[in-house]
Design a protein around this ligand. Structure first.
Ligand SMILES: NC(=O)c1ccc[n+]([C@@H]2O[C@H](COP(=O)([O-])OP(=O)(O)OC[C@H]3O[C@@H](n4cnc5c(N)ncnc54)[C@H](O)[C@@H]3O)[C@@H](O)[C@H]2O)c1
Length: 325
């Protein structure tokens, strides 16, 4: 067994959509992992599926990241050396009415976790941040990590505050840490690990098709070629690969990196392609007013992640949608 395989990685939110794909990738690479998740939104069935698929027992701690005693015990009991921190509250809309809760879970708890991690010999920390830190960019160019950040909701604000704590952790000699700013995550490695979020576009399309209800596009008057919002859709399997690369890095990483494809697709394009792949080209699609605070165009600059980190997405939008429909 190599030295890296003796290390133990704790994956918070490992019963979630993205966390379970990262767990899958790490297990495939022969890493020891422990999953830490409150099951607030996560599914135990995802962990059971991974156990079965990898023919192993997965260490699972059902606990909240705000529970300092449980978190400290997990680090000690499993001699954790690296943490992938995906657990979070992630609904932009909900964050508008629950700002304190979003700051508590996404920022304050992350800050305390980093302090505890420092005390207990954890040297690697990979944080799930978001394109929401960019807010509503004033230009239609790709979002660059070194460019302005200006979150327009408590969700993005809580993640940007947490990023600063991750950078602080990375400044300790010997520590390696980064914040990955995910754009819109889609696709799946297996139907058992599908996204179950009620606010993301692809699960919404799936749900509407299943229940034979119309699909609604929010806003058709944006300054884009077809009038609908443009986003950067990145495959969850690419996200998992980026985490493995960061986990295996022995040298310091950029403090924050975009994880996107570098180009955008409109909501209408995604829906049209999804319906075509699903064999439902005539499903009803309605348009409603745009939602306040939705930027017209948001896509990643990938220069930093490709040139400094050596990572490039492999999956096209079509590949990703085909994995789901
Ligand atoms: N899905 C996306 O498109 C997207 C985009 C950008 C960033 N992100 C970030 O990626 C991360 C993972 O997102 P996801 O889509 O997998 O969401 P998810 O809801 O599927 O997974 C989050 C997991 O965290 C767990 N969790 C939530 N609060 C917890 C707490 N207090 N203590 C312990 N566990 C807790 C949930 O039970 C769940 O299993 C989040 O940090 C999210 O902000 C996601």
């Amino acid at each position: 067994m190599s030295a890296s395989n003796n290390q133990c990685w704790l994956i918070t939110g490992g019963a979630g959509y993205i966390g379970s794909h990262i767990a899958d990738e790490f297990l495939t690479a022969g890493k020891n992992i422990v999953i830490y998740d409150s099951l607030y939104k996560g599914l135990k069935s995802r962990i059971d599926y991974l156990s079965k698929m990898h023919n192993t027992t997965i260490n699972f701690i059902e606990a909240d990241i705000r529970d300092e005693a449980a978190f400290t015990a997990a680090l000690k009991d499993f001699k954790v050396t690296g943490i992938v921190h995906t657990a979070a509250l992630k609904s932009v809309e909900e964050s508008m009415s629950k700002r304190d809760e979003y700051l508590e879970v996404n920022y304050h708890a992350t800050k305390r976790m980093l302090e505890i991690a420092k005390k207990h010999g954890v040297t690697h920390f990979i944080f799930s941040s978001t394109a929401a830190v960019y807010g509503n960019p004033s230009s239609f160019t790709a979002c660059e990590e070194a460019g302005p950040t200006n979150p327009i909701n408590p969700y993005g604000e809580s993640k940007l505050l947490a990023e600063a704590e991750v950078s602080n952790f990375a400044s300790v000699v010997g520590n390696i840490a980064t914040s990955f700013r995910f754009f819109n995550v889609i696709g799946t490695g297996n139907p058992e690990l599908l996204d179950n979020s009620t606010s993301n576009l692809v699960p919404i399309i799936q749900e509407k098709l299943k229940s034979h209800l119309p699909i609604t596009i929010f806003g058709s008057g944006y300054p884009t070629p077809d009038g609908t919002c443009i986003r950067d859709y990145v495959d969850v399997r690419d996200i998992a690969t980026a985490h493995l690369l960061a986990a295996n890095s022995n040298k310091q990483l950029p403090s924050a990196m975009n994880i996107g494809t570098g180009h955008g697709a409109s909501v209408k394009e995604v829906i049209d392609l999804a319906l075509q792949i699903a064999g439902e080209p005539n499903a009803q699609v309605l348009t409603a007013d745009g939602r306040s605070g939705d930027p017209a165009i948001l896509f990643a600059s990938v220069d930093l992640v490709e040139n400094s980190f050596g990572f490039k997405c492999r999956y096209s939008l079509e590949n990703s949608l085909r994995s789901v429909f």
